[in-house]
Design a protein around this ligand. Structure first.
Ligand SMILES: Nc1ncnc2c1ncn2[C@@H]1O[C@H](COP(=O)(O)OP(=O)(O)OP(=O)(O)O)[C@@H](O)[C@H]1O
Ligand SMILES: [Mg+2]
Length: 251
């Protein structure tokens, strides 16, 4: 079932620093919302919060919904949010195929059906025949594609991607990016993608949320076609952007 991801007044801070102001945004099924901003602005931290793995040391508030289900109070494993961090590792003691089998939804039953699904996924990602390989023998780009495939095979309801295409060269990056976006659109999954590459943002053809760019260090939202941004200043502190609400007026 395709449902939007909704953030309601999400704020995250470190003891001495506000990273994310009150952020409210809805990511529609099949939409890729790009998250950009300088190093240290809180992009990975926001993904951790959404995925339910925010480390101690941060203070966070706000609610997260997938469709009508609030997930912010659920443990990570019950959120059905697929999250791929910058340095996501494959299990070193398993082959590539076994790594993928670990991700593959239990709804796909039977040895033959599962093996067929895994080899089809590998083929689609330009990795045909790699199932028996030890992950240590793959290139960095091949490993990151396997990690992303493992995530997709689990059929998450929401995908959070932290610089997923970084280890790929330009040509592969474009191909695999297309594969991931097409997959997300076909599955009707909302995607939040962190990247430093404007080409990734352009390829996503969606809105861009930029963290830490305004004078006070808070978030700012742009859209692919420019200018569709609402930043709400509260009356108590008119000098600071306290809430950022993404509104897409194209609809
Ligand atoms: N576990 C932690 N405890 C305390 N502070 C942390 C922790 N992890 C990260 N930070 C700090 O939180 C801030 C945001 O970090 P984060 O990793 O979210 O940045 P980022 O936007 O993803 O940067 P990059 O583009 O370099 O990946 C940084 O100042 C970082 O040093
Ligand atoms: Mg990061």
């Amino acid at each position: 079932m395709s449902e939007p991801l909704q953030l309601d007044q999400v704020s995250i801070s470190l003891p001495a620093r506000l990273l994310i102001p009150a952020l409210s945004v809805r990511v529609m099924p099949g939409e890729v919302l790009t998250l950009m901003g300088p190093s240290g602005s809180g992009k990975s931290t926001l993904l951790s919060f959404l995925g339910g793995t925010l480390p101690g040391g941060f203070r966070a508030a706000g609610r997260v919904w997938i469709g009508r289900r609030e997930v912010s109070a659920l443990p990570a494993e019950r959120r059905q949010i697929g999250i791929l961090f910058q340095d996501d590792l494959l299990f070193p003691h398993l082959t590539v195929g076994e790594n993928l089998a670990f991700g593959l939804s239990t709804a796909v039953r039977g040895r033959a059906a599962r093996a067929a699904r895994i080899s089809a996924a590998l083929e689609e990602a330009g990795l045909a025949g790699l199932a028996p390989r030890d992950p240590a023998t793959l290139s960095g780009g091949q490993r990151s594609r396997v990690a992303l495939l493992r995530l997709l095979l689990a059929e998450p309801r929401v995908l959070l991607l932290d610089e997923p295409f970084n280890k790929l060269d330009a040509a592969l990056r474009e191909d695999f990016r297309r594969f991931v976006f097409a997959h997300a659109a076909a599955a009707g999954v909302p995607v939040l993608m962190v990247t430093h590459d404007v080409a990734d943002a352009a390829a996503a053809r969606g809105r861009v949320l930029t963290l830490g760019q305004s004078a006070d260090g808070s978030a700012r939202i742009e859209t692919a076609d420019g200018g569709l941004c609402d930043a709400h200043r509260t009356e108590e502190s008119p000098g600071r952007v306290d809430a950022v609400v993404v509104v897409d007026r194209r609809q």
